[in-house]
Design a protein around this ligand. Structure first.
Ligand SMILES: [Zn+2]
Length: 314
């Protein structure tokens, strides 16, 4: 059973009780036999737009990177193009978006791009930006998904270190009304309940096994959401300046101000965000169950998993 040379007890420390469950046996067999190679881009590609919160014009260039380098943002608008590694320990703010910071240099609203990178299976890439926020595009991740596909994806020489969790990870809000849980699972699945007090939005539930096909069709087109009365307050805070009626679904007390792509577009977008935030821990095989979770809880979950697995190499 332990014949595979890639098996590493530190990487996959199964407890006796977990070994008895069917699901953990399945993960173990797959985890020790079929190792995926790391992947990067085949070529470079550029995309232009405005940041969702900053409203600033930005050029984003995605480039291939060496094995084990991970996803790295480079701020080309600053001298010496400082790097910001896309990992959970670099998250410093979760106010309406996920912000990464390294040596005092920030990049914010990374979650939609990270979501597409996760599903496309990109381990290593350099992402050059000439502003502090990637473009919002259509407020979803479908253009990032197509953009990555258009650059092409190639396998690299080394195996990927996929994270197979061996215990339940859980983060609750202080009032315990919101939570996010990651369970051991042989694949990647997200079950999400969004709870909005407004009758127009209400409670939505969705559950998807995340594959490229399902993501492209059911999740990536789902846009972010805003309450009309909230938009002015956000703008006063310097947020949402790049938001338009095309890239944000807006609702007021009478109904939606723009046409929905899906009747439950909000919960699908919440799943899109979770997929991006959890990528900051690595490629995590798990079943995520969340209720009313946002970037704060998502990234706390990513930090917990990241800190348990960060020192372990292939
Ligand atoms: Zn989002």
């Amino acid at each position: 059973m332990f014949k595979n040379k890639n098996f590493d007890k530190k990487f996959f420390p199964l407890s006796t009780s977990l070994m008895n469950s069917d699901i953990m046996r399945k993960i173990f067999v797959k985890g020790s036999g079929e190792l995926q190679k790391q992947q990067t881009l085949k070529s470079s590609a550029e995309i232009f737009g405005k940041g969702l919160h900053s409203g600033v014009d930005v050029r984003l260039k995605i480039k291939p990177a060496e094995v084990d380098s991970g996803i790295i943002f480079l701020r080309k608008d600053l001298s010496d193009s400082p790097k910001i590694h896309a990992s959970a320990d670099k998250v410093t703010s979760v106010l309406r978006a996920t912000t990464l910071e390294e040596n005092g240099v920030k990049v914010f609203t990374v979650e939609h791009l990270m979501s597409a990178l996760n599903v496309c299976g990109i381990d290593n890439a350099e992402i050059e930006l000439d502003a502090e926020e990637p473009p919002v595009l259509n407020g979803n991740s479908i253009d990032f998904f197509k953009f990555i596909k258009s650059a092409g994806i190639v396998e690299q020489s080394k195996e990927r270190r996929e994270i197979c969790i061996n215990k339940i990870y859980r983060v609750d809000s202080d009032d315990r009304k919101k939570f996010i849980i990651a369970l051991p699972y042989d694949g990647f699945r997200v079950s999400f309940t969004s709870i909005n007090p407004h009758k127009i939005v209400g409670i939505q539930y969705a559950d998807f096994e995340i594959t490229e096909e399902i993501y492209e069709k059911e999740i990536a087109p789902a846009r972010t959401i805003a309450y009309e009365k909230e938009v002015a307050a956000l703008r006063e805070m310097g947020l949402g300046l790049g938001g338009t009626i095309e890239n944000v679904i807006v609702y007021n007390d009478e109904g939606w101000l723009n046409k929905l792509i899906y009747p439950d577009e909000l919960v699908r977008h919440k799943i899109l965000d979770v997929i991006g935030d959890i990528r900051l821990a690595g490629f995590v095989k798990c079943h995520i169950i969340a209720s009313a979770s946002g970037h704060a809880l998502n990234t706390q979950l990513a930090k917990k998993i990241y800190s348990d697995f960060k020192g372990i190499k292939n």
